[in-house]
Design a protein around this ligand. Sequence first.
Ligand SMILES: [Zn+2]
Length: 411
Amino acid sequence: MRTLSRRTWLKSLSGAAAAASVTTSREADLLAQTPAQQPSSGALPLTEFQPKSMLVVPETRVERAKFPVIDVHTHLTFRARGVAGVSHGEAMRAIATPDELLPIMDRRNVQTMVNLTGGVGSGLKETVGRLQQPHPGRFVVFTEPSWDRLLEPGFPRWQADELARAKEAGAKGVKVLKTLGLYLREQITTGPLVKIDDPRFDPMWEACGALGLPVAIHVSDPEAFFLPIDRFNERYEELHAHPDWSFHGKDFPSNAELMAARDRVLARHPKTTFIGLHVGHGAENLAAVSQALDRFANFHVEIGARVGELGRQPRTSRKFFEKYQDRILFGTDAVPRGTQTPQQIFGDDLYTIYFRFLETEDEYFDYAPAPVPPQGRWRIYGLGLPDGILRKVYNENAKRLLRLQGPAVPR
Ligand SMILES: [Zn+2]
């Protein structure tokens, strides 16, 4: 970890030679800006508003995580074919090669990336051969359910047995996308939505427990995505840019109904380990996430793409990390390229933001490498977690749940 003055940091960001001769950080900030267009009417379109903070506070650049990191939520491969939000077939699409990923991982002290969307059948074998097998300990691969085969006779038993074959092929867990609950329908892409707690999946959940495959599950989405896209919606800009992310109206269940269905699954399969992605699908409401953690011993959470939420409630978050330090896993939801969401772009910048959030007490900084905060117009505050919690969140909790080999975290 090294501390930079605001001016040095700014220079390193913009490479602005002009900034070297100025005397105050505020002047440097102003110089770094391109000349602003003056609004003619006094009204400034929201999309053009990019206010620069005038706060003069310490800025810490955390080059490397304090302990080796297991990033349990990344997407390095995807199924090649999707129809109306449901993956079809076994063909895969790889997003990046290990050669592109490993140097960044080494620079940032990321020991392992867990590729959740590792595919099924022959596609899974291909992913394991591409990532996990040639680089043991650096990449881990999860498999996925084959929702596209739901209508085939004997699906419930077949899917459960298929997970045993996936484990044999190298899968270390099962990823369930929000497809379940929000996209999968009775005729796969048409008909009524299939419920998260549909009994046809009970053999699958049970098999996960019996096989020791943790389930990384994404249920629902930010509650704002279920509300009208209007001036009261705190995710207005994001939803305006991606109206297809909205689950308001139509035949979508409410966020509360989705959570209740999830809870029935957690209750029905106590021997199955569930990792609730994106802070257990409730980063804006840590009281509700805490209730689920208190109620279900088989439930854990991961923080991917939610430092924007955790970091705007630093006191509540800090208590949450203290209380549930054995049940929180580090993840980023990183995608190496081709994503429209800056908060998920794999790279040096993404990791330094997460590390700064967890390790420092810096104030009011960006939660994503983007000119405008992409998940809502606010900034975040670091938690300054102690070493004991960092060790668990960065590494030990994931290692235990995913049953990974590997060196002990340095003391
Ligand atoms: Zn994800």
